[in-house]
Design a protein around this ligand. Structure first.
Ligand code: KIV
Length: 272
């Protein structure tokens, strides 16, 4: 049994803050439906992200841009129904907050009211700060997201490591401090140099959650389908695979097909 499994109290944003102060690492994974969320929660995960990566992983889009607010609410609601322990954070999808803080608040309220999730996540720094402040002022906890921000993929043009140059690194540190001052309870740091992520983590009091950002962050997040090996084609350097579920599932399904075709399934014990 993992050590995390022993604590069964609901994880709160304050608890994540305490974990950072105590030097306890935060575990976070994505879920988009009831079945996966229940397994993650039973295993003792601290935090579940209903990521807009659902756009790629579940809906098969090339980017995270097409997923809608309504779709995110459906995913988030099914996760909420499964979870007793973890803090549930939902991505505010592309188009709901960039340049329009009123719509940002309206969309965040819809997520909170209709899904029952506990917090939302938004990508970007200074250019979205008005939306961040407006949402937090309504009592909704916000997790920031800096570095590689996939909703801006057409601006970057590539999914390569961000902030390798001094100017972008300095801007990222400024953005992290800005998000902290605005009241964000945590910040995801995606695909930036480990040294920079460690520096950001030491500069802010709120927890940082890394993905492809090295071991100096206060916690780690991965896309569950990637770490379980369901998504076979995606193998960036930062990904550790804990299972080979694409192969396991394909083999299991192949065996079922063989058993049906041969007439071996169902047998007498499996019949009424
Ligand atoms: O949408 C997502 O899954 C994310 C993680 C990669 C952090 O934002």
């Amino acid at each position: 049994m993992s050590t995390a499994k022993k604590t069964k109290k609901r994880v709160t944003t304050h608890r994540l803050w305490e974990m950072k102060q105590n030097g306890e690492k935060i575990s976070m994974l994505t879920a988009y439906d009831f079945a996966f969320a229940r397994i993650l929660d039973d295993a003792g995960i601290d935090c579940i992200l209903v990521g807009d990566s659902a756009s790629n992983v579940i809906h098969g889009h090339e980017t995270t841009l097409p997923i809608t607010l309504d779709q995110m609410i459906v995913h988030a609601s099914s996760v909420v129904r499964a979870v007793k322990h973890a803090l549930i954070v939902v991505d505010l999808p592309f188009g709901q907050y960039q340049g329009d803080s009123k719509n940002a608040l309206k969309s965040s309220i819809r997520i909170m009211k209709e899904s029952g999730a506990h917090a939302i996540k938004m990508e970007g720094g200074s250019f979205i700060i008005n939306s961040v402040k407006r949402i937090i002022s309504a009592g909704i906890p916000v997790m920031g997201h800096l570095g590689l921000i996939p909703q801006s993929i057409y601006k970057f043009g590539t999914y390569e490591v961000r902030a390798k140059e001094e100017q972008e690194a300095a801007q990222l540190i400024e953005d992290a401090l800005l998000l902290e001052r605005a009241g964000c309870f945590a910040i995801v740091l995606e695909k930036i140099p480990a040294k920079l992520a460690a520096r950001v983590s030491a500069s802010v009091k709120i927890p940082t959650i890394g993905i492809g950002a090295g071991n100096g962050c206060d916690g780690q997040v991965l896309v569950t389908h990637d770490m379980l090996g369901i998504n076979k084609d995606f193998s960036p350097r930062f990904l550790r695979r804990y299972a080979q579920m694409y192969d396991d599932m394909k083999n299991a399904i192949g065996s079922y097909i063989d058993d049906v075709k041969s007439g071996d399934f169902p047998n007498e014990k499996e019949s009424y």
